[in-house]
Ligand binder design. Structure first.
Ligand SMILES: O=C(O)C(=O)C[C@]1(C(=O)O)C=C[C@@H](O)C=C1
Length: 354
């Protein structure tokens, strides 16, 4: 029978694939040994970027590029877990959007540590309970995650990668829509679907809680309650979806940062994040930022936060295109230093696709 013949062909291809995967893993283990000797980092975002790009270039289809990417994400996740007992701390609990971002970045083979606050993620990485941490930094609808910026003002840790995750919000409950009089979610999430809530749930009480997962747990145990969370939470907690894609802006996206002990190596398409303070005098910020124009460096973001040292003193968080080791960026950062009361490079890392 033709079907049997085709399945035999698949069986023999699978046996080749598994052999090749293990051959690859054996090379990875050798790389792991070399890195151990050199005291080098196991997770190498710049190399992962190169692997993903090479696979995309090699892939002639019909396998879709997204599928090839997902398969290689898991191949490299297994590699990371075999090279070391890799632990990733994230702002939890399980099924939060940060958990999803962490899984997209590191795959399913590594170990995850769920924390209840952003500062705990930083602490885990600083005291080396975790190798890397994942924190949200900015949402395209609601703006900055200020707790994360405030941690960066004082941490010795470095940003070593970034990830953009499309945020699709879902109304979840095991009770029918017309019986819902209370919705739990994160304050920022309510902000991301304000118009939908006004139009569809005008008289419902909104109750902010610390995470979307906590919101789902409360919705399950509270009569007349629903939660706004991710679809992943609906699967994980077995709650029905009452409405999907309720965010006001399609294209609602959150940017997450991966924090570790080291910068990433240059890839040719990088971003550098810095924090600085300037003297309280006329034109100080203008003078500081003009170094980027002078060196033809594109600035992709600026955020200001109270310094928390002195009232009405601010720190500026700036992202620029390029790597701190690129000569023009290095020159601009040297020049910037001269205008600042404080200046720290928070990290240089491969620029992610938005
Ligand atoms: O090239 C390395 O440094 C590896 O450890 C191998 C590998 C891979 O599987 O290709 C695994 C993990 C790293 O983050 C990057 C690449």
């Amino acid at each position: 029978m033709n079907l049997d013949h085709l399945r035999n062909e698949i069986d023999s291809l699978d046996s080749e694939i598994v052999k090749l995967l293990n051959k690859r893993i054996n090379v990875v283990l050798e790389i792991g040994e070399e890195k151990k000797k050199a005291g080098a980092e196991v997770y190498v975002p710049s190399r992962e970027r190169a692997v993903f790009e090479k696979i995309k270039a090699l892939n002639q289809g019909p396998l879709p590029d997204e599928a090839a990417h997902a398969i290689y994400r898991e191949i490299m996740s297994a590699a990371l877990a075999l090279e070391t007992e890799m632990k990733i701390a994230y702002l939890g609990p399980e099924a939060t959007f940060t958990h999803q971002a962490a899984r997209n970045k590191f795959g399913v083979s590594v170990d995850y540590i769920s924390t209840s606050t952003i500062s705990e993620v930083f602490n885990c990485v600083q005291n080396r309970t975790a190798d890397y941490g994942v924190v949200p930094v900015e949402n395209s609808t609601e703006g900055a995650v200020t707790h994360t910026f405030d941690q960066f003002a004082t941490t010795p840790l470095k940003i070593c990668a970034e990830i953009y995750l499309p945020i699709s919000l879902t109304l979840l409950s095991n009770q029918p829509s017309n019986e819902i009089n209370l919705i739990f979610s994160k304050q920022e999430v309510f902000g991301q679907c304000r118009s939908w809530l006004t139009a569809n749930m005008p008289n419902v009480k909104l109750s902010p809680v610390e995470s979307t997962t906590k919101a789902v747990q409360l919705a399950i145990e509270t009569p007349g309650a629903a939660a706004i969370a991710s679809v992943m939470a609906s699967d994980m907690y077995n709650v029905d979806v009452l409405a999907e894609n309720i965010q006001d802006m399609q294209g609602n996206t959150t940017r997450f940062l991966i924090i570790g002990q080291e910068y990433s190596a240059p890839t040719g398409a990088d971003k550098t994040s810095i924090v600085f303070g300037v003297k309280h005098k006329v034109g100080a910020l203008y003078d500081a930022l003009s170094v980027f124009k002078a060196d033809n460096i594109n600035m992709t973001k600026i955020e200001s936060r109270p310094s928390r040292n002195k009232a009405w003193e601010y720190y500026f968080f700036v992202d620029i295109d390029g790597h701190a080791d690129d000569p023009e960026v290095a020159r601009a950062l040297d020049e910037l230093q001269e205008h600042c009361t404080l200046m720290t490079v928070l990290g240089s890392y491969p620029k992610a696709e938005t």
